[in-house]
Design a binder for this molecule. Sequence first.
Ligand code: 2HA
Ligand code: ZN
Length: 275
Amino acid sequence: MMTMTEIEAVKGFIRLCTDGYEMGWHERNGGNLTYRMKDTEVKECRPFFSQAPGDWTELGITASNLSKEYFIATGSGKFMRNVALNPEDSICICELNEKGDAYRIVWGLVNGGRPTSEFPSHLLNHSVKKAATDGAYRVIYHAHTPAVIALSFILPLDARTFSRVLWKSMTECPIIFPQGVGVVPWMVPGGPDIAKASSELMKTYDAIVWAHHGTFCAGPDFDTAFGLMHTVEKSADIYMRILSSGKEILQTITDDDLRKLAKDFHVTLNENFLD
Ligand code: 2HA
Ligand code: ZN
């Protein structure tokens, strides 16, 4: 019989945790990941579910279109670098109740614990993305990306400024995130307020910056969500290197160049962000 860690969805989840740690984005317990499971995956995992699931816990938010869905989630206070070594201790599968306002743990976190402290943000983001993509999006990923965090100290905290800087710091960025990126001002993490602010922006963007904190990315699968995180962070890093060089910027990608890219690669750029 298969084991839990041989199931593709679980394998992909664990791989992303390891990759993110190796990128330097997950100091200590920083960052978190959730995946909205397909019915076929729930079926595969069901033999491993505990006979006596945990109690229902209120979420503080309601995500009615996620009624009775199952999520793989990192655990609150757990370290990304430990996920691959001990998945049963570090991650869990949670089931949502009928109303979409409470969850219970059906597998994992064998030594106790709860899903990520950002579970409300993840679920509201899932809710928005599920509706906007007709169910295609399944991954929400939060990382403490150093260059994006650094940028949030020196750029005005608006989506237009961030999107233009990131689009222009590496040629393929506008193709990867043609909508640009959203920006949430500094807020206390972990609660329903930052969850609501984030999910409002997720209606428009696949990537949002949390000022002085990190980045949230959404995608249909692990590769795309991780790739988006990687691209946004790399572009921010390049911009920081340009500024750190202390040299004058002699040339950059122009708005006309952006339009040419959009045309040749058949993407529609967010017009609000073009001059
Ligand atoms: O510690 O990243 O935002 C987990 C987090 C909270
Ligand atoms: Zn965080």
